[in-house]
Design a protein around this ligand. Sequence first.
Ligand SMILES: CC(C)(COP(=O)(O)OP(=O)(O)OC[C@H]1O[C@@H](n2cnc3c(N)ncnc32)[C@H](O)[C@@H]1OP(=O)(O)O)[C@@H](O)C(=O)NCCC(=O)NCCS
Length: 186
Amino acid sequence: MSLAGLAKSLHLKTVRLRLRPLAEGDTMEMARYLNDREVAEGLTYSPYPYTHDMAVAWLKDVAFASQQDRVLYWAITDGEMEKFMGIVGFSLYREHDKAEMHYWLGRPYWNCGYATEVAKALIPFIFAKVQIQRLEINHFTRNGASRRVIEKCGFVYEGELRAYVKRFGKYEDVKFYSLLKSEVKL
Ligand SMILES: CC(C)(COP(=O)(O)OP(=O)(O)OC[C@H]1O[C@@H](n2cnc3c(N)ncnc32)[C@H](O)[C@@H]1OP(=O)(O)O)[C@@H](O)C(=O)NCCC(=O)NCCS
């Protein structure tokens, strides 16, 4: 199945949450949560300030990239699918059989174990559904919350690159991790 088909068909349930395809109706909440400096501080590429037009444009870009098998993203919602809470997804590098995982949640939903719950559900899913050998993830060294999510998911630490990116005018050290297919219980 193509990634676009997979993203559209997927409604994944975790203990407390549901993942569903992204929808145009998510853009207001997306913009509201991403226009929060504390959320933006954890992300490498998300613009800040963040406007509704940016969310609309991003959704279009994602739909296009998803058609080309380059990304796979979902909305994270509450169990009743009433509240949009954040986004989780993967960039796919098909020629290398690898993917990179991304996630963010609106600030009201932090520190409830949600990112860990979503990541733990999606890791076996991506290895089972998409032909990948390696799943990678990274975080700014100062991002303690993301580090904990990554640790709780069992990623293997691979090292740190110093001044790897520049964000808000500051050079950021970045820590890198991965999981190989043989290390995941499917
Ligand atoms: C990173 C993020 C997704 C985590 O989501 P979350 O749902 O709050 O994560 P969880 O609740 O599953 O786990 C968070 C863990 O980090 C810990 N934590 C929170 N803030 C921390 C900090 N400043 N330093 C160290 N640990 C911290 C929590 O105590 C928890 O660990 P514990 O279960 O051992 O107590 C969320 O903070 C976020 O969206 N941040 C902005 C965007 C971002 O950074 N995305 C990731 C890019 S790599």
